[in-house]
Design a binder for this molecule. Structure first.
Ligand code: ADP
Ligand code: ADP
Length: 232
């Protein structure tokens, strides 16, 4: 699953004012990469993530996933592409408070029309992959921050996406929990999943081999390092 951006711009119209959030971005990410996006507030990171995650389309330029042009899809087609190919993890976990860990993890499969027995089996398996098989009946407020984010990662996995997009996934966690979350991403990456994450923290970016530095809507530096922090 290769994803390619060619000369992508994104403009927001605010009345008469046009805000250019992305200005001619070129980027190729091949299957199985673990990539960090860094940059100051307002530089265009979220806009880039929204386009990569098929939540929004470019104003101009081309975005292809495995050769399929995304920019010409209508909203329904965009949603289908998103649900099949991409898992999302957020800074604030976005778990439903009245549901158990297991029910939260199973939710994307409700929308995908999977029957209840398969949903529960797949959700239980995803929870074991993040080491939370003994927390399946806990609600989010009965879990630590790191455990909540692990539930969110399990939820991102259940439709078996090729790409996981994570926006500041460790932003609300202490160092130890943040490192545990990065270990999980490392392991998922070692299984061949493409992972793209936004972070402000250099220590988190150290888990990746590639860092895209964004400034004023452009990728000003595409940094590849020989070594990344090893996952155990
Ligand atoms: P970052 O995630 O790096 O903080 P964003 O992608 O959120 O940056 O924003 C990039 C630029 O686009 C900023 O100037 C921001 O104000 C503007 N912007 C982002 N989203 C919108 C929107 N929905 N409407 C108008 N302007 C926006
Ligand atoms: P950690 O030390 O791992 O960051 P906590 O100290 O927050 O986590 O929680 C320790 C354990 O207690 C966790 O395994 C969590 O599941 C459980 N726990 C935390 N808060 C609650 C709660 N309000 N109700 C029930 N169990 C809880």
């Amino acid at each position: 699953m290769t994803i390619t951006l060619r000369n992508v711009t994104k403009e927001y119209h605010m009345g008469d004012i046009i805000v250019r959030a992305l200005a001619g971005v070129n980027l190729e990410i091949t299957a199985g990469e673990l990539t960090a996006i860094m940059g100051p507030s307002g530089s265009g990171k979220s806009t880039l993530m929204n386009i990569l995650g098929c939540l929004d389309i470019p104003t101009s330029g081309s975005y292809t996933i495995d050769g399929q042009e995304v920019g010409t899809l209508n909203d329904d087609e965009l949603a289908i592409t998103r649900n099949k190919k991409i898992g999302f993890v957020f800074q604030n976990f976005n778990l439903l408070p009245r549901m158990s860990a297991l029910q939260n993890v199973a939710l994307p499969m409700v929308y995908a029309g999977v029957n209840k027995k398969d949903r529960m089996e797949t959700a239980a398996r995803a929870l074991s992959m993040v080491g939370l098989e003994d927390r399946r009946d806990h609600r989010p407020n009965e879990l630590s921050g790191g455990q909540r984010q692990r539930v969110a990662i399990a939820r991102s996995l259940v439709n078996n996406p090729a790409i996981i997009m994570a926006d500041e996934p460790t932003g609300n966690l202490d160092t130890k929990s943040g490192n545990e979350i990065m270990e999980i991403f490392c392991n998922l990456n070692n299984q061949g999943r493409t992972i793209i994450l936004v972070t402000h923290e250099p220590e988190i970016a150290d888990f990746t081999r590639r860092i895209l530095h964004v400034r004023d809507g452009e990728i000003v530096r595409d940094e590849t390092r020989g070594e990344a922090k090893q996952c155990s």
